[in-house]
Design a binder for this molecule. Structure first.
Ligand SMILES: [Ca+2]
Length: 196
């Protein structure tokens, strides 16, 4: 009797393991990597520089006139409907260092929504939802908030997922010099892990 129960128990265990393996294979995580779109991505400097379409760079820092920059990165998520995002990682690197921006950290990473358009000077004051703060210029960032915002944009059928990024510790270090980090727009990317 005891032996029969043991055999049945082990058969159930075996089936459960098999089922788990099958589930893992069937719902295997997939991932894709998308890069920020030129012409919808770049930087603005307050009261100073208008957006330069096609410049293909962005700059987290302050200017020689002590004005802060803000950066707008646009990702094309059209065609992603129906996927279930399990995680998303935002990366921006490598970078070029200008001056010393150590007093300006952290970097705030926000989700903003301008749509599939060029950047205008008035976008500088656009509001966004804070996805988190990051304390290195070598940005490898993920958060539950970022994932939730991306999920929301995909669910609502939005064609774009847009990130606004700038120093939030201090706007400027008031030293009349450029301090910060510049990046190529294509270096900004999202790795999206999902199931479908
Ligand atoms: Ca400065």
């Amino acid at each position: 009797m005891g032996l029969t129960i043991l055999i049945i128990y082990q058969m159930i265990l075996g089936w459960q393991t098999l089922r788990k393996d099958l589930q893992t294979i069937y719902y295997q995580k997939k991932s894709l990597k998308i890069h920020a779109k030129d012409f919808e991505s770049g930087y603005l400097i307050r009261d100073e520089e208008p957006y330069k379409p096609g410049a293909n760079i962005f700059f987290i820092g302050d200017s020689g006139s002590n004005n802060p920059s803000r950066n707008f990165l646009s990702f094309d998520i059209s065609g992603f409907s129906g996927i279930s995002v399990t995680s998303v990682e935002f990366r921006a690197n490598p970078y070029t260092t200008w001056g010393d921006a150590s007093g300006l950290f952290p970097i705030g990473i926000f989700v903003a929504d301008r749509g599939a358009v060029l950047i205008y000077t008035c976008d500088f004051d656009q509001s966004g939802i804070l996805a988190g703060n990051y304390s290195s210029q070598n940005i490898v960032f993920s958060s539950e908030s970022l994932r939730n915002e991306l999920t929301g944009k995909i669910s609502s059928g939005s064609s774009r997922f847009q990130i606004m990024i700038y120093f939030t510790g201090a706007e400027t270090n008031s030293n009349n010099g450029w301090d910060g980090y510049s990046y190529g727009v294509p270096s900004a990317n999202l790795t999206i892990s999902y199931t479908d």
